[in-house]
Design a binder for this molecule. Structure first.
Ligand code: ATP
Ligand code: MG
Length: 403
């Protein structure tokens, strides 16, 4: 059993071992290696204490010293190196009240969430698999380490992680793990919106968004997506529809979130509650606003008005979104029409109008709201007839002599 580790990781483990400590690659990187996937990052677990880790490497960052984590920097890449630890009691279903350093690798592995995430490896000592993680990888099973009810009571985030890993890896959740997830779902009320946001995003961006159905079958949707559940959007038939839309959607988080919340009747409410950044909220509400707008059979002038209304740069996203939410739709002629307008460089916003506020003021329009009104009127004319977008022609239209 040999895992192909990056040279840096081998060096870090070697250095710690040469100094008399134990050290291993651990968690997601071991899981992904056994799956033949490329690990996102490599984490190291060690018997060395943070100060001891720091003294062995020239460049380190104190990432979470109080939790035992030091990031060892190698040529610009960071490797989180964490002292064996045990999480103390969890009184809030999420944050351990205290973290204690653990005497052995076994204790450290025991605190990890799932068997597939609880394996350690080093070239020198091979694979350490105390909970049947390799077996569960081979059988494609997500299973808690230890008693699922106890583990989900300690940290309810694990409930969502189970579903998210099942979607990312195309694994099934073991029966008693799933039953415990359903039983303890109300503990998810204690999990922060940011965490729920991240896990849901991992789920809908995964290769198997059909695992969304697990949220419904367990009743978890009523806790983390009450707006969808209330709108009947997570009932059987609509859920199937939603899933196949997500399956056909491009790998774009703005589109996938918009698909998910589109028919909830309160899309904005969901996004705000899940603490989305303003940019994403803006884009998603734009997509949803144009979810029923007519796109086919528009005159060029109507298309330019739509581009002005939606923001020309948002049009490709709108077309993509509409393809997803209207399976079988064909907007290729409209997309060509849109591209042709862009290709001809026709004006669809104030920025591209051949006159600006300064021009109007030097032309004699009093500074103030009349300037804006005039600009908008001229823009409207230009949207109708792009050949008008010339300074002289526009100024002429205002009907005054240039000063
Ligand atoms: P990913 O590829 O998504 O990063 P990962 O398994 O590396 O997956 P991380 O969140 O990076 O997940 O966590 C690293 C490791 O820490 C996990 O593999 C697991 O062993 C442990 N872990 C993370 N979160 C928890 C948790 N909430 N409860 C218990 N163990 C956890
Ligand atoms: Mg990770």
């Amino acid at each position: 059993m040999k895992i192909d580790m990056p040279d840096d990781v081998r060096m870090i483990i070697r250095t710690l071992m040469d100094a008399g400590y134990e050290a291993w690659a651990v968690g997601g990187c071991v899981r992904d290696s056994l799956l033949g996937r490329i690990p996102k990052d490599w984490d190291i677990t060690t018997s060395a204490l943070p100060q001891q880790i720091k003294s062995l490497f020239p460049r380190t960052i104190d990432t979470g010293i109080e939790h035992g984590t030091v990031t060892v920097m190698c040529k610009g890449t960071g490797y989180e190196t964490t002292t064996y630890r045990i999480d103390g009691k969890y009184s809030d279903a999420r944050h351990p009240d205290s973290v204690t350093f653990a005497p052995s690798l076994e204790e450290d592995l025991k605190r990890r969430d799932f068997t597939i995430n609880a394996m350690a490896y080093s070239d020198e000592k091979g694979l350490v698999d105390l909970f049947g993680g390799k077996h569960d990888i081979d059988s494609k099973i997500i299973r808690c380490v230890g008693d699922p009810e106890a583990r989900f009571s300690e940290d309810a985030l694990r409930i969502l992680r189970a579903i998210r890993f099942s979607a990312q890896l195309d694994f099934e959740i073991d029966g008693s793990t799933l039953a415990a997830a359903s039983l303890l779902k109300s503990r998810l009320e204690l999990i922060s919106a940011e965490r729920i946001h991240t896990e849901l995003e991992n789920l809908i961006m995964s290769g198997h968004p059909d695992r969304l159905k697990l949220l419904h079958s367990t009743g978890i949707d009523e806790i983390i997506l009450p707006e969808l559940a209330a709108a009947g959007q997570s009932s059987e038939g609509t859920l199937d529809e939603l899933v196949s839309m997500l399956e056909s959607a491009p790998h774009d988080r703005r589109i996938r979130w918009s698909v998910l919340v589109n028919r909830s009747g309160n899309a904005l409410g969901i996004l705000r509650r899940l603490k989305f950044d303003n940019n994403t909220i803006h884009t998603a509400s734009g997509l949803i606003r144009f979810s029923t707008a007519r796109l086919n059979g528009l005159t060029d002038a109507e298309m330019r008005k739509l581009m002005h209304d939606a923001g020309s740069e948002n049009m490709p996203l709108i077309f993509d979104f509409r393809h997803v939410i209207e399976p079988g739709s064909d907007y290729s002629a409209s997309e060509d029409q849109y591209k042709a307008i862009v290709g001809r460089g026709e004006c669809t916003d104030l920025k591209a109008l051949a006159v600006d506020g300064k021009d109007l003021i030097s032309y004699g329009i009093p500074a103030g709201k009349e300037v804006g009104e005039t600009l908008n009127r001229l823009l409207n004319d230009v949207l109708d007839d792009p050949s008008l977008n010339k300074k002289e022609l526009l100024l002429e239209r205002i009907g005054k002599d240039q000063k």
